[in-house]
Design a protein around this ligand. Structure first.
Ligand code: IMP
Ligand code: ZN
Length: 338
């Protein structure tokens, strides 16, 4: 089963770029771009992936600063993007949607940031057997003006590279910022054809959850605190919930893997996909998440194939790309029928 899941051609729909670098890739980036010796980094890396039991979601957001420093130059960002794509490809991910928050600093504007990521995705796709899309992220703890700039840049980049820039992610610390303030920027993106992947119900905030469901989205990140009627809404509107088992448990929004809402979603046949969120920070891979789902909930091979099929359906890929993925999945499963 483990071998079957590791080799299964997989689809990753919820991955934040700066959270997706595994420790070895962080070391490689630090050494090759900044000339830092691995030893200097050992203690920092340990802290990066260590979570106290009962960790709080708020504390998790502090972890990203460590990687953000390494991706604060064009060269670092380029190298990091290529490494992240390489690592997903190594895990037999055939299709990846990467999200990242454009940042401006002395070295780069937000435009430079996004252009660098797009170019790096193109380079990586020439090297590895993987298709990669980009969802620029709106960080809800930043001002609305930044979100407006991100949407404007995304629409422009989408004109040049419609095969790569396909949507917008709404993320960041859910206890900060008000969703309703960002609705006009998100609406503009949607009106111009960008899909919306919204972190929704990551914490228990019934007013915001109602606002988000009313506003609508193409996919829902986490959905942890949705009620049964919230799940029914997702089913009625065919909105999949992006389930990130290890992320939710390590960041303390779900108490144990066995208590994860994936079980209820499976039983109620609500659309769902299995994702990593931040496989670097949470020290996991998409294969590990499938293995965990198999070990915890007894997911069979055919259920894992079914989840991958759902991920293909709900991806922001073109119809041709979806067909290609289905054929790849089909030919893999045919070879492993016995
Ligand atoms: P980046 O956008 O590539 O820098 O990826 C890291 C960023 O993604 C973090 O600083 C957060 O804004 C966002 N992020 C990562 N994981 C989560 C999550 O679980 N919930 C909300 N936002 C997240
Ligand atoms: Zn996320």
């Amino acid at each position: 089963m483990i071998k079957f899941l590791r080799e299964l051609p997989k689809v990753e729909l919820h991955a934040h770029l700066n959270g997706s670098l595994c420790i070895d890739s962080i070391r490689e980036l630090a050494e090759n771009v900044y000339g830092k010796q691995a030893e200097e980094f050992t203690a920092m890396c340990e802290r990066f992936i260590t979570f106290e039991k009962g960790a709080k979601l708020n504390e998790c957001f502090e972890k990203f600063g460590f990687v953000h420093e390494l991706t604060s130059t064009r060269k670092g960002l380029q190298y990091a993007t290529e490494l992240a794509v390489r690592d997903f490809a190594k895990d037999n991910v055939m299709y990846l949607e990467l999200r990242t928050t454009p940042k401006s600093n002395a070295n780069m504007s937000r435009r430079d940031y996004l252009e660098t990521v797009v170019e790096s995705i193109k380079n990586a796709c020439n090297q590895y057997a993987i298709t990669v899309k980009l969802l620029p992220s709106i960080n809800r703890s930043e001002p609305v003006e930044v979100a407006e700039e991100t949407v404007a840049l995304s629409l422009e980049l989408c004109q040049n590279d419609p095969d790569i820039v396909v949507g917008i992610d709404f993320s960041g610390n859910p206890s900060q910022g008000k969703f309703s303030d960002f609705m006009p920027a998100l609406e503009l993106a949607r009106k111009h054809g960008l899909k919306l992947a919204v972190h929704c119900a990551e914490i228990d905030n019934p007013t915001e959850i109602r606002e988000m469901l009313k506003f609508g989205m193409s996919r829902c990140g986490h959905g942890t605190f949705l009620s049964s009627s919230g799940f029914a809404h997702m089913k009625d509107h065919n909105i999949p919930i992006e389930c990130c088992l290890t992320s939710n448990v390590k960041s303390g929004t779900v108490s144990t893997v066995s208590a994860h809402h994936l079980k209820e979603l499976m039983e109620a046949d609500v659309p769902k996909v299995l994702c990593t969120d931040d496989c670097g920070v949470f020290d996991t891979t998409l294969s590990d998440e499938f293995i965990l789902a198999n070990e915890t909930f007894g997911l069979t091979k055919s259920q894992c194939i079914g989840l991958t099929m759902e991920a293909i359906q709900h991806s922001f890929a073109t119809p041709q790309e979806k067909l290609k993925m289905k054929m790849q999945l089909y030919s893999y499963t045919r070879r492993h029928e016995n």
